[in-house]
Every structure is written in structure tokens, then in C-alpha cells.
Design a binder for this molecule. Structure first.
Ligand SMILES: [Zn+2]
Ligand SMILES: [Zn+2]
Length: 302
């Protein structure tokens, strides 16, 4: 996962508005698309044509104003394949007006998937990964997203293939859970198959105030990105603007039993991110205050 932007409403030369590129199982998913996202994609040398799914959390400009430019560039670069955009309903109208009034016809189709901002929904299931949207608590309708791998079949142990001389047809059955019959003796499935890695889960909470209502959706994530626009000294401002502090994010991470917490979406007033990490560490130790360009990976676990 690559952080393209971790700033909030006011872009600064240190931080771009929010956007992340998540790559999982050969797929590239763009989470939010603040102003300047396409330049960040260029800077970090990502291929535009590999992005087929764009998820927009809400319609504050720092999360979607880069989308029109990115779509126009897709067209200029010869894109023909459909792009899937998951966003709150009004964005569909905004996009239509934007491209109609500018007489800018795109050479590809947009498949617009309207987000339900009131309850959790499975919005993408392609057999390999699942993406769910869920409501967070912000000034306007806003969703978080969780991305999870589906359970994979285990592979056969090489030693078992060699030892028992197993045919391809038998391998298919064993992978489905069948035992293996060898010289009249039943070899249990667990003896010949490796257990597959545990499915990995990444959760992304864009703009939200502190709310325990999101815990069921993000529980047990390997990695959680939770906004921390402010430090605790400005907790009153966080509440009135429907944002969180670093301490809020740490509380949610702890209660959700996630393995690692990423902080971002900092107010432009903050220069030193060490304070964000220090504040969160009072409650949750495995935390990183992200910077633009940072890359995070989730190791496979068995
Ligand atoms: Zn924002
Ligand atoms: Zn917002």
C-alpha cells in the first residue's frame, strides 16, 4: 500500500490531499483521489491503466477533486476499459455535468456504484478479494472501506507429491479437502496439504470523529489507517469538525484489536509528525504517522 497523500483540506508543499494506492493480488485499488493524485501516481511511477477500481469516501474536495483530472488523463492515454467508481450518489451527477459542460467525452465507460452511507455493504467480490464499505461519522455522509483477501486453498506439500506420486486429477480433489488413498491406506488431507496463509485485511477510515460504531467493521485488521487530523490539545476542535485526534485513533485501534495503526490526514497547521506517534503510543504501541510516499506491506501469516 502506497500513501500518495496524507494531508487534509488545505494542501501544503509537504503533504498532498488524501489518496492511497492499495495493491493486492495483482489488483490496484485507488482509495480517495484528492487534488494532485495523478501527479503523485506519476512521481511514484505507477501505471495508470492498471487502476480499475476507485473508491471515494465522501465529497469533501480533499478526497475527490483529483478525480476529474485523472479520468481525463486516462482518456488521453488511450484507456478503453471500464473504470469502476464507488462513491456517494451525488458524485455521479457532478462527473456527468463536469464532462458534459466541458465537451470532454471520455473514451471509456464509467461503472458508477453508489455507496450506502448508512450501513455496511459488500461492494466488490471478484472471487479473490472482497471490499466492504461502512459508515463512519463525519459532517457529511462518509464511508470507510475494508479490503480483505478471500480464503485460499492450500497447496500440496512437495514432499507428499514426490512420496505418493499423486496425479493432477487427484491433486484437484485433495485441494477440495479429500483424503488420499495410497496402497489401500487412507492418508489424511492434513498430512499432504499445507495450510494456506491467513487472509489479510486492511481497513481505511477516512474522515471521522471518534466513534466506536466503526469497531465491528474494522476488527482484527492487520493494518488500520485512521485519520488523526488533530492532536489531543485540540480535541474540542476535532469534535466540532467531526475529526479525530491521534489519541482517538489509538483508542479505536486498541478496541478493534488491529495489529498495526497508521495515522494520517493531518491538519496543515502541524509540521512535526513525531508528536502524533508519541501521543498515540500512550495507548497503542504499533503505530506509524505516515508521510507521502510511504509504503506499507502486510506479511503473510500461516
Ligand atoms: Zn478530509
Ligand atoms: Zn471530510
Amino acid at each position: 500500500m502506497n500513501i500518495l497523500g496524507c494531508g487534509s483540506a488545505l494542501p501544503t508543499i509537504r503533504r498532498n490531499p488524501t489518496s492511497q494506492l492499495v495493491y493486492v493480488q495483482e489488483r490496484q485499488l485507488l482509495l480517495d483521489c484528492g487534488e494532485g493524485t495523478q501527479l503523485q501516481l506519476r512521481k511514484y511511477k505507477f501505471k495508470f491503466h492498471k487502476i480499475n477500481h476507485i473508491f471515494i469516501s465522501h465529497l469533501h474536495g480533499d478526497h475527490y477533486l483529483g478525480l476529474m483530472g485523472l479520468l481525463a488523463s486516462f482518456s488521453l492515454l488511450g484507456r478503453k476499459s471500464t473504470i469502476n467508481i464507488y462513491a456517494p450518489k451525488p458524485l455521479n451527477e457532478i462527473l456527468k455535468i463536469h464532462f458534459k459542460k466541458g465537451y470532454n467525452d471520455l473514451d471509456f465507460k464509467i461503472n458508477f456504484i453508489e455507496l450506502n452511507t448508512k450501513k455496511e455493504e459488500l461492494i466488490l467480490d471478484d472471487g479473490v478479494i472482497e471490499v466492504r464499505s461502512f459508515p463512519v461519522v463525519h459532517r457529511i455522509d462518509c464511508c470507510g472501506f475494508s479490503i480483505k483477501e478471500k480464503i485460499k486453498q492450500g497447496n500440496l506439500k512437495k514432499s507428499a507429491i514426490d512420496k505418493y506420486n499423486i496425479s493432477i486429477e487427484q491433486i484437484v480433489n485433495i485441494k477440495k479437502g479429500a483424503n488420499f488413498l495410497y496402497k489401500g491406506k487412507v492418508i489424511p488431507n492434513s498430512e499432504i496439504i499445507k495450510s494456506p496463509p491467513k487472509p489479510r485485511k486492511y481497513s481505511y477510515c477516512a474522515d471521522t470523529k471518534y466513534s466506536e460504531s466503526i469497531i465491528p467493521y474494522i476488527e482484527n485488521s492487520d493494518l488500520l489507517y485512521h485519520e488523526s487530523t488533530f492532536l489531543e490539545k485540540m480535541s474540542d476542535r476535532a469534535k466540532t469538525t467531526y475529526h479525530s485526534t491521534a489519541l482517538d485513533a489509538a483508542r479505536i485501534a486498541s478496541k478493534s484489536k488491529v495489529k498495526k495503526l497508521l495515522l494520517g490526514h493531518y491538519s496543515a497547521r502541524y509540521k512535526n509528525l513525531i508528536e502524533f506517534e508519541a501521543e498515540a503510543k500512550q495507548i497503542f504501541s504499533n503505530v506509524v504517522a505516515v508521510k507521502d510516499g510511504d509504503i506499507f506491506t502486510i506479511d503473510l501469516r500461516y
